[in-house]
Design a protein around this ligand. Structure first.
Ligand SMILES: Nc1ncnc2c1ncn2[C@@H]1O[C@H](COP(=O)(O)OP(=O)(O)OP(=O)(O)O)[C@@H](O)[C@H]1O
Ligand SMILES: [Mg+2]
Length: 465
């Protein structure tokens, strides 16, 4: 059952009645008007899905109506109808953004098929627009939590990148730090937001498949290539391609990518013709590319080309303020998603989260909070709702001996203590108060131990540790 609203703007009463009657029988909502003035006035008041537009009108021309609508930003699909058509009129109408053009007298079945297709196209366009709007909201920078100074610096850098529309960006950061999130935010905040954002994970595909996914192929390029296929670079033209896990890209493709980055052109697999596209490339990796270059597993020239605009997302353990903010923001999110009313987190539990070293970064924190939501039953999240690696073994727990058995050869307890102090300071970036919390000591006790070491070695404590 169709309910789309169609306007017929036609001064010939016979055609108007005939169309109105037939379209109403097809269950469209139809309104017929015969002057340009009335048509424009109704179109500005009401939301129509399609306009059937006559060329010769008593007070104006269909072409003028079409131009006025487009100038006003109204992109309603228009099917042009005229008895006096010329090729020039047809070309002009299409240039002004008409969906199609029918000559009178036209066959009603032909008109119905065109109406059907025009409405379908509009529906798809609307869906894409809505999808992009949702994406923009979902992946806006305001969704990225970051209160730590390091993140502020990063946001400033990103703002410049978005303003200047950099063509190549390299995002580095440990797994789960938000590389995907930043890549999408950069795309949706920039001038490319209305064009596609495409994403490919370089480690997920074999070399030849990755090549054809990225660059496309010509018919007959390989056994299965039954037809020509566009690659991501072409599909995303005008937009952005995220090359995730770039460190895993096979060397042969690294060379082809480099050529593309330098020349903005490439050949499809099996193709002879150069294809030119305009895409922003965002490469992301959790690997240390510089080290890979040193070990000769990543091309140096490609690294330099990518590294023109580098973004390094710091690991979560170096952003203690963010741990707190992210925890609260995930609690909000899960309250909303799971229809719960968790009222934050206890002080003790938050301290545990702030002291943990988060090898899986924000993703791990998110999972930990979700798990605590499912397992916990108190008004606030508790230490006990967190997994053992975060809670750590309780010093009073009866299984301490099985967790830390005394080695057969014995142990130098002073050395062990030094090593634990060292680890705690490293994990907290030298923050003595938090290091003391990790070891169940006071800050003075830590200071005393550092002082003792300093005296013994007559060196600065930081250098010893
Ligand atoms: N600063 C942040 N604010 C809010 N959510 C974040 C932030 N950083 C990461 N996340 C969330 O953490 C999860 C992991 O982020 P993302 O997938 O972007 O990480 P990644 O660096 O691409 O990881 P990987 O290297 O494994 O691909 C996602 O659910 C993301 O929404
Ligand atoms: Mg990722």
């Amino acid at each position: 059952m169709s309910h789309e609203k169609i306007m017929i703007l036609e001064d010939d009463c016979l055609i108007q009645d005939w169309l109105e009657d037939r379209l109403a029988r097809e269950s469209y909502q139809v309104q017929a008007v015969s002057t340009g003035e009335e048509g424009l006035s109704r179109l500005s008041q009401d939301d129509f899905d399609l306009l059937l537009l006559d060329h010769r009108l008593p007070d104006t021309t269909g072409m003028q109506i079409l131009k006025t609508l487009r100038n006003e930003g109204n992109d309603i699909p228009v099917i042009f109808m005229t008895a006096y058509s010329t090729i020039e009129d047809a070309v002009m109408a299409m240039k002004c953004g008409a969906y199609t053009y029918l000559n009178k007298p036209f066959n009603i079945e032909e008109m119905l098929v065109n109406i059907d297709h025009a409405l379908e196209t509009t529906q798809l366009r609307r869906e894409v627009r809505l999808f992009r709007k949702n994406q923009r909201e979902m992946f806006g920078f305001d969704r990225i939590v970051g209160q730590d100074e390091k993140m502020f610096a990063l946001f400033e850098q990103v703002e410049k990148i978005v303003q200047h529309g950099a063509n190549t960006i390299l995002i580095q950061g440990e797994s789960g730090t938000g590389k995907d999130l930043f890549a999408k935010a950069i795309h949706y905040a920039g001038s490319r937001a209305d064009a596609p954002f495409m994403n490919i994970t370089c480690s997920a595909l074999a070399s030849s498949l990755l090549e054809s996914e990225l660059f496309g192929y010509e018919k007959g390029a390989f056994t299965d290539a039954k037809g020509q296929k566009k690659g991501l670079l072409e599909t995303a033209n005008g937009g952005t391609v995220l090359l995730d896990e770039i460190g895993e890209m096979p060397p042969i493709l690294q060379a082809k990518l480099l050529r593309f980055l330098e020349e903005k052109r490439f050949k499809r697999v099996g193709g002879a013709q150069d294809i030119q596209v305009d895409v922003q490339i965002i490469a992301a990796t959790h690997r240390n590319l510089e080290e890979m270059v040193r070990k000769e597993t990543f091309r140096q020239d490609l690294y330099y080309r990518l590294n023109v605009v580098p973004l390094n997302i710091p690991p979560l353990r170096e952003r203690s303020e963010d741990i707190r903010q992210l925890t609260l923001s995930f609690i909000d999110r899960f309250n909303h998603e799971l229809k719960r009313h968790v009222d934050g987190v206890t002080k003790e539990a938050l301290t545990l989260l702030c002291n943990y070293h988060w090898p899986g970064n924000v993703r791990e924190l998110k999972n930990v909070i979700e798990r605590a939501f499912i397992l916990g039953s108190h008004p606030k999240l508790q230490a006990n709702d967190f997994p053992i690696e975060i809670r750590g073994p309780s010093p009073t727990s009866s299984n301490l001996e099985s967790i830390y058995p005394l080695p057969a050869q014995g142990i130098d307890i002073a050395c062990l203590e030094n090593s634990l102090v060292h680890q705690a300071l490293e994990r907290t970036q030298g923050n003595q108060t938090r290091a003391a919390q990790l070891l169940g000591m006071t800050r003075d006790q830590i200071k005393y131990r550092l002082h003792k070491r300093k005296k013994k070695h007559n060196q600065e404590p930081k250098e010893i540790l």
